[in-house]
Write a protein that binds this ligand. Sequence first.
Ligand SMILES: Nc1ncnc2c1ncn2[C@@H]1O[C@H](COP(=O)(O)OP(=O)(O)OP(=O)(O)O)[C@@H](O)[C@H]1O
Ligand SMILES: [Mg+2]
Length: 257
Amino acid sequence: MKKVIAITNQKGGVGKTTTALNISAAMALEGERVLIIDSDPQGNLTSGFGIKKDQIKYGLYDVYSSGVSVDEAIMETEIPRLRVITANSDLFGAEIDLLEKNERETTLRQIIQPLRDEFDYIFIDCPPSFGLLTLNALVASKSVLVPVQCEYFAMEGLSLLIKLLWRIRGSFNVTLDLEGILLTMFNRHLALSHHIAEEVRKAFKAKVYDTAIPRNILLAEASGYGKPCIIYAPDSPGARAYAELAKEIINENRLLV
Ligand SMILES: Nc1ncnc2c1ncn2[C@@H]1O[C@H](COP(=O)(O)OP(=O)(O)OP(=O)(O)O)[C@@H](O)[C@H]1O
Ligand SMILES: [Mg+2]
């Protein structure tokens, strides 16, 4: 195992799930053994892989709340080396069940512990909120990848998130690190996109990935076909950007074993 990376931002619709889908697929295509965990009761990542309800025996909820073993919840995808743990609206219930547990913030960390030899990277797609599901993801992770939409108020949301990360580091996970900040939905024809990108790069410097993800309708369209864009339209600008990002992440972590 090299790393567990949570993909998170409390702001909705900034590209978390699109990033999770495509980066996990791109890294598996680069030869890494990848598990992606859908930790959002909206289940968008699960649908993004074209997984239908009747195909799912056990999802993340069953592992959290029904004592099902994590191995039983891991499903194959059409991409070699890429596995997924699914979510659906049942997962809302896990948040309530967790409230009654003693070790309520470390449950996911314990769940993935046995998978250390099986995967190189585990990604966790978080919901747009700061509840117990997000807290579990952040406590289970080594680092955090933050997609930021090139839109108004991006910086405000980002400052809040960074404050929260340091708080979690202080209280629950002393080694939690910022993996990187990813500019998403970048429109090179819009002055606003350039302005936000500049502001974020100025504030977070080397922590911002060189690769920015362009606004590209094929990224949205691919989900409708139940495939990561990197498979659906590999030559599209969006897919290419995620392939570049995968290389950046692998390169930055190349010394890890
Ligand atoms: N680079 C992009 N270009 C065009 N559309 C995009 C891009 N990235 C994401 N989208 C679309 O924008 C919408 C929101 O993206 P996504 O679901 O990835 O965000 P999210 O942060 O996971 O949302 P939520 O907070 O609800 O979980 C989706 O319809 C998605 O297909
Ligand atoms: Mg999402």
